[in-house]
Design a protein around this ligand. Sequence first.
Ligand code: BG6
Length: 516
Amino acid sequence: MIPEIQPSISREEILCAETQGRPCGLVVFGASGDLARRKIVGSLFDLFRRDLLSPHFYFLGSGRSEFSEQQYRQTVRESIETGDIDPDAIDRFLSSFYYLAGDYTDAAFYASIRKRLGELDQTHNVSECHIFYLSVPPMIYGSITEQLGASGLNQCGKDVCEYPPRLVVEKPFGHNLVSARELDGKIRRHFDESQIYRIDHYLGKETVQNILMLRFANAIFEPIWNRNYVDHIQITIAESVGVEHRAGYYDKSGALRDMFQNHMLQMMSLAMMEPPSSFDAEAIRDEKVKLLRSIRPLQIAGPWNSDIVRARYAPGSVNGVKVQGYTQEKDVSKNSKTETFVAAKIFVDNWRWKDVPVYLRTGKRLAAKRTEIAIQFKQVPHSLFASVGLEEMPPNVLVLKIQPDEGINLSFQAKRPGAKTCMSTLHMNFNYSDLFGSEAPESYQRLLLDCMLGDQTLFARQDDVMIAWQLLDPILEVWSHEDFPLYAYSAGSESFPEADHLIESDGRQWRSLHHS
Ligand code: BG6
């Protein structure tokens, strides 16, 4: 058993600043879809229960499916009515839910939304604060924003506008650099950057937000957060699930676009950016962009001398259950060349990180679900204990654990009681759930609340999306050639030789997916 030291926290030490959302009307396009029912509505209900929704909040679902308001409320009720929930609370929550059906390309639909918003603003005493959430396939983002613009819903009705209408968009933000620019052009014809909230749900996860606190609210980490002390960084998003029911989307996307372009690069930039001048959205986003701009272009010369490797899962077994390979999954094209795994080595060419490799990997159907950022420090320069056989000291590793547990783990060496020079690796480990009594809130809660408050800190900015595509476009181009290798790994495995080679050729190893 690895010894663990349990931290504790006293209530007095908790400093909070959580504000209730502003009075507003949230219009969700695609309101009967999977994302709206699973994530958006559930998170709103949790905000409501935590008293973080304004009593003047209302929800206007819209979509192509015909529902009466009563029927829509019933579908919402079914998606939140799990476990021990007070039925009165659900009734109160649902009393501000409304629904309007229509055709997204028809101007008349937007005229009716406008009219309905006017009525609901009066009923709920909301002073023109509207959020439009696009929970629809990206190919219709353009037509909806066009119609919102044409109907004037993108602007305030008043001369002085304190809370201009906001637009929330879900990834993917484009398919490559050209399509991302095109999409951005369409949206920005009608919405200013300050009105656009590009959701990356990883930025709403507690531990991802905690990166900023850990780095900039403590004096002990920043002095060692650089090339003088850090040997390398590993960022992992491993999933044990396969493509599930989303092959229609995923087979055209793949791991590079689905996870790497957004979640992985966002986490990397928060972990490695310079200290911002303030805890202000623009200051933080400027630093993230500067970091992304400093990434050295990846080398993609050939299978054994590339900085990036792709693969897809073959049949295997996950947690003892036999599963099929990617190409046998429902709705996957038989000629598919889509990758379900990507591993890469990245260098950031700046003063702080020059020559410190960052190894990133993400994949589906791996041995376990695990998301983490591991900062591995350099070994001690000289071992005092070499004479008693302890020549190689295990390095200190600071792990920011994001999934399945959310918390932090710091490993260090200590003397074992008894024998004169017997050493152990100890883990100072904390889990949010142990300390704060419950699981961390679903990431959409934070993001929805921030949008209501007009705080864009945890949303991707246009320039950082474009830089990510600039970095990945050459890779997508090379991968589009038929003969570029797409390796296979058995479902349920930890890794495979070509991914291992990427890190082992530098004398390092991937962290196990089963670490605590
Ligand atoms: C989504 C991807 O953005 O993130 C999915 O489209 C992936 O393919 C999911 O499964 C993982 O999110 P989480 O929060 O479960 O790690």
